[in-house]
Design a protein around this ligand. Structure first.
Ligand code: ISC
Length: 371
């Protein structure tokens, strides 16, 4: 399919108020979409479903599914044009520095009292925009963030979300699992060769320890890479990759053990989640939830034709799931506004003003495409 037809089909679906998701995986050229043929609101029951899942932060709330069998699948190739880079732009917005700083200070206080080790505190920022076509914003995200999972997701009964996230929740191919521990932020200043402070290293180690501890009964041969610096837009983060072979556990159990990780919630998980649900002055909805392909089957044929021997073609079937944490995202509204969602990990060493500035830097990822 040619690329203009791909975007036209998304636009037609959106104008007809039918659910769809358009997305491109990190570092890939293939742009894919599921176009649901009815406006039914489907939810996940046990993660054996096939399709595209959109799950909220609060795992007690339902996760929405665009089912494979109720959708038309389309794809095209997207070529990144580096000469088309968008410049940074400042936006007027409804800032609430003092509120955020006060909540971070409260978080640090609770940590110092010993009730929590880490908590990821976030805020919502309402931004007025002049570009009213979400497909145009999607195209700009694709162009600006080739290494991110970029998506535009719409359900008429839920809303429209767009994002460019650097974080994988999990990737499963048959019985191999790969996940990541991502935390710690600093602004990118022309080099990946940077020094990380103790606060960021500890913050990321919390995530790694949590993942390993929670998955050790479900995985064998667990391997954890050393933290490395990765670039995500204008930001740098610390990342470790964790891999292993899945034992008998089903996907539902693994997701339950992982989500929400301390990269988006905190340690201990239940206490941090309760603190956030009680204290953040807004509903995170799908921000810091997860989204992606669920139980997709990939057939590959291996031809073992050896000279004149008869042509033996082996078909192998692989089931893959690729889920991403919904960060660097926005919720789009018809009335020319978007809500940006921005958070940061708080530990005993956090400085509330610096944490505020971190969320301001994170906001630039989205603001760049909102001109
Ligand atoms: C919660 C967010 O980022 C997480 C992922 C990477 C780095 C983070 C940090 O440095 O605090 C956060 O844990 C967000 O971007 O809203």
């Amino acid at each position: 399919m040619i690329i203009s037809d791909f975007f036209d089909q998304l636009a037609t679906h959106f104008n007809s108020e039918l659910p769809f998701v358009g997305y491109r995986k990190p570092n890939e050229k293939k742009l894919q979409a599921f176009l649901q043929t009815s406006d039914e609101l489907n939810t996940i029951s046990d993660y054996t479903e096939k399709g595209f899942v959109m799950a909220p932060f609060n795992d007690e709330e339902p996760s929405v599914l665009i089912p494979l069998e109720q959708s038309k699948s389309i794809s095209t190739l997207y070529s990144f044009d580096s000469s088309n880079e968008l410049p940074e732009k400042t936006h007027n917005s409804d800032l609430s520095a003092s509120e955020h700083i006060a909540l971070v200070a409260k978080g640090v206080n609770i940590i110092n009292k010993g009730s929590l080790d880490k908590v990821v505190i976030s805020r919502k920022e309402v931004v007025s925009i002049t570009e009213t076509n979400p497909i145009t914003i999607f195209k700009r995200l694709l162009q600006s963030y080739p290494t991110a999972f970029v998506y535009c997701w719409y359900h008429p009964k839920v809303g429209l979300w767009l994002g460019a996230t650097p974080e994988t929740l999990l990737s499963v191919a048959n019985n191999r699992l790969s996940t990541m521990s991502l935390a710690g932020t600093q602004e990118y200043k022309d080099s990946l060769d940077v020094v990380w402070g103790n606060k960021e290293q500890v913050e990321q180690q919390f995530v790694t320890d949590y993942i390993v501890e929670n998955l050790q009964d479900s995985l064998s041969n667990i391997s954890v890479s050393e933290p490395e610096t990765i670039k995500a837009g204008n930001l740098l983060h610390l990342k470790s990759t964790i891999t292993g072979k899945i034992n008998e556990t089903g996907l539902k159990d693994i997701i339950k053990k992982l989500h929400p990780t301390p990269a988006v919630c905190g340690v201990p998980k239940q206490e941090a989640k309760a603190f956030l649900l009680q204290n953040e002055p807004y509903n995170r909805a799908f921000y810091t939830g997860f989204l992606g392909e669920l139980n997709m089957t990939q057939k590959s044929t291996r031809n073992t034709n050896r000279r004149n021997v008869e042509n033996n073609a082996y078909a192998t079937v692989k089931t893959t799931t690729k889920l991403f944490v919904n960060l660097r995202c926005m919720q789009w509204f018809n009335n020319d506004t978007v809500h940006l969602y921005l958070g940061g990990g708080i530990t005993k060493d956090s400085n509330p003003e610096a944490e505020w500035l971190e969320t301001v830097a994170k906001a630039r990822v989205m603001k760049k495409v909102l001109q």
